[in-house]
Design a protein around this ligand. Structure first.
Ligand code: HEM
Length: 124
């Protein structure tokens, strides 16, 4: 399957359920909770959802609103070490389980998240 067919497979609803399941776990997490803006979590949720939708073949809302993603640069203000990276992946892994997306969507997303999260490491 091409990456850009993922949106056709799981649709707006699939991304919505996945990202909601992820952000529901963020506020109470001891590592990630303090990093995310407490008053802006709904907006943060929307940014990640729109980014993923556009990245995998859906409407380009993220780029229209925020421009080129430049994800590594945008994550520089946050101290992301290996432990934070692994925790992000752990929470997203549980969100993927909860969302129960059809294969090959889950495997493709797991691989994508793993690779991008490793690129976000910016502190020892
Ligand atoms: C490695 C661990 C990661 C940590 C600790 C982390 C943390 C954060 C934080 C604290 C924000 C700010 C929330 C907001 O206001 O939007 C953010 C934004 C964002 N993150 Fe991550 N992130 C991680 C990995 C990832 C990965 C793997 C992706 C993509 C697959 C991603 C995509 C995004 C996007 C699209 C935004 C919004 C950027 C913007 O337009 O300002 N992040 N992240």
């Amino acid at each position: 399957m091409e990456e850009h067919d993922l949106y056709t497979l799981i649709g707006e609803d699939g991304f919505q359920r996945l990202v909601a399941a992820f952000y529901r776990r963020v506020p109470t997490d001891d590592i990630l909770g303090p990093m995310y803006p407490p008053h802006d979590l709904a907006e943060a949720e929307r940014r990640l959802r729109d980014f993923l939708v556009g990245r995998f073949g859906g409407p380009p809302r993220y780029i229209e609103e925020r421009g080129h993603p430049r994800l590594r640069m945008r994550h520089m203000p946050f101290s992301i070490n290996e432990a934070a990276r692994n925790r992000w992946i752990e929470l997203m892994g549980r969100a993927l389980q909860e969302a129960a997306l059809p294969e090959p969507a889950e495997a493709l997303l797991r691989e994508f998240f793993g690779a991008v999260a490793t690129m976000m490491i910016n502190r020892q």
